[in-house]
Design a protein around this ligand. Structure first.
Ligand code: GLU
Length: 502
């Protein structure tokens, strides 16, 4: 049970391109706050910029949330008490709000043409002044606006910013922010196509949907006074603002692919676990208050505090993320880990999965049996493939040259393979421990050193230079298939040795 007031938080992406890490992290913080306080996590699609709208981006956002396990309480597909959750389906609300602002004198119709705006910008540039609208539309009469409409000119609605004064906004991360209103120009709230701008739409929706905390990137801080001005003019409450820090590269540069920053679905395809990505991103800009780094999602959710969001930029490190992934692989439940590995093994060969000749679905009991001895060798989930692929094929193709290890001669290879076949044939229980005991015992009877004994066996059974623990692999492979491989290895080696002697 929590003593905090349940938070209603929304993740409000604009579907205009692939969601970057900053967006994902915002979604995480929303979700953690909702789960910590027993509140609601809401997805709202902010698709009012029709020129930049991209349906693939919307799909991508929803898939990313699903993969990370950020379950929604309200949103476009599942609905909720404030549906619809897609802004293009809520236009009437914004248009009504714009009209209320016009009626109260806080906004006005403006027919300034794009050409006039361009000319204004040029003059400002030439005079070395900062670019910006000069509020000229304030003085247009209703008749002039009507004339422009009749001529087919575009008419927008602008919010009238007070000419002077200071506006203060409380930010949960940075404390009190102060803005000089004389530096702010009148801004568009409704475009000529009847669609609202972000400034108006999200303010209306956050209020209508009962949002308690607006968690968003710090790039929105300069716009924040606009939002508070709209709220005051509409007579609606201001939510709590939580502006989260930028994520940069290690050297402070703008983060990009070059630094290993990828989208959620790319991390998924590369074999990161959702819990590791979640854990890593949570720590990019938030700290639990001590040195704990590796945490489960429920642990983060229970420890999450807005007060512990940092106000300085967070530095992304691809190596740290990989390390985090390893830690989660080490900690995961064995059944779940095997389950997580399955899709990577089963995907088509050309996408990095097991060889095409191996029938799907593959035998998951093999994967499960190998998990305990494999997990510490894996950084990303697909690493498992080359460690266990030899267990799924009918035959492997051992290289006889590799059977002769260092300080070995041909005779030793024959001895190793023959002795191991015999030993395994006569074993009573065929498990890792018994196999190990039997094979190690051969060093005594054959006079071979462990390396000399095991190199030919490993190559014959796995055809690999580096393979997962041998005894467990032999157990999983089974007696019959192991002996078949040893015999085949022997034949391949005889042939090779015979040719060498000629
Ligand atoms: N649609 C805005 C964006 O994608 C949302 C910002 C906010 O959360 O208010 O950046």
């Amino acid at each position: 049970m929590t003593t905090e007031t349940p938070a209603r938080v929304r993740f409000a992406p604009s579907p205009t391109g692939v969601m970057h890490i900053g967006g994902l992290r915002t979604a995480l913080y929303d979700w953690f706050l909702a789960r910590k306080t027993g509140g609601q996590f809401i997805l709202r699609i902010e698709d009012t910029d029709r020129n930049r709208y991209d349906p693939d981006a919307e799909w991508h956002i929803k898939e990313s949330l699903k993969w990370l396990g950020l379950d929604l309480d309200e949103g476009p597909e599942i609905g909720g008490p404030y549906a619809p959750y897609t802004q293009s389906e809520r236009l009437q609300l914004y248009q009504d709000a714009a009209e209320r602002l016009i009626a109260s004198g806080d906004a006005y119709y403006d027919d300034t043409t794009p050409e006039e705006l361009a000319a204004l910008r040029q003059r400002q540039q030439a005079a070395g002044q900062p670019p910006g609208y000069d509020n000229r539309g304030r003085y247009r009469t209703a008749e002039q606006i009507q004339e422009s409409r009749d001529k087919g000119l575009e008419v927008v609605v602008r919010f009238k910013v007070p000419d002077h004064g200071e506006l203060q906004v409380e930010d949960e991360v940075r404390g009190r922010l102060k803005f000089d209103l004389s530096l702010l120009q009148d801004f568009v709230i409704l475009k000529s196509d009847g669609f609202p701008t972000y400034h108006l739409a999200h303010v209306v929706d956050d209020y209508e949907m009962g949002i308690t905390h607006v968690i968003r990137g710090e790039e929105w801080i300069p716009s924040c006074p606009r939002h508070v001005l709209i709220q005051r003019a509409l007579g609606i409450s201001t939510p709590k603002y939580v502006h989260v820090p930028l994520i940069t590269a290690q050297d402070g540069a703008k983060l990009s692919k070059r630094h290993g920053a990828q989208s959620a679905l790319e991390y998924r395809d590369a074999g990161y676990t959702p819990d590791a990505v979640l854990n890593y991103l949570a720590l990019l800009g938030w700290s639990p208050g001590d040195d704990t780094e590796v945490m489960s999602r429920s642990e983060i959710a229970s420890r999450f505090e807005i007060e512990r969001i940092l106000s300085h930029p967070a530095k992304f490190s691809a190596q740290k993320l990989e390390w985090m992934n390893q830690q989660h692989i080490m900690k995961a439940d064995e059944d779940e880990l095997a389950e997580m590995m399955m899709p990577y093994l089963e995907r088509p060969e050309e996408e990095g999965g097991l060889l095409e000749e191996i029938d799907r679905p593959i035998d998951r009991s093999i994967v499960r049996a190998m998990v305990p001895v494999l997990r510490e060798r894996i950084k990303v989930l697909p690493d498992v493939i080359e460690l266990i692929d030899f267990l799924f094929v009918d035959e492997v193709q051992p290289n006889p040259e590799e059977m002769i290890g260092r300080r070995m001669d041909e005779e030793m290879v024959f001895t190793s393979l023959n002795a191991s076949i015999q030993a395994l044939e006569s074993l009573e229980t065929f498990d890792g421990e018994a196999i190990e005991q039997a094979l190690r015992g051969l060093t005594q009877s054959t006079g071979l050193k462990a390396g000399q004994l095991f190199t030919p066996i490993r190559v014959a059974v796995t055809a690999k230079r580096i393979a997962p623990p041998l005894f467990e692999s032999i157990e999983v492979l089974g007696r019959e298939r192991t002996i078949e491989r040893l015999q085949r290895g022997l034949a391949i080696f005889s042939n090779y040795a015979g040719n060498r002697d000629d």
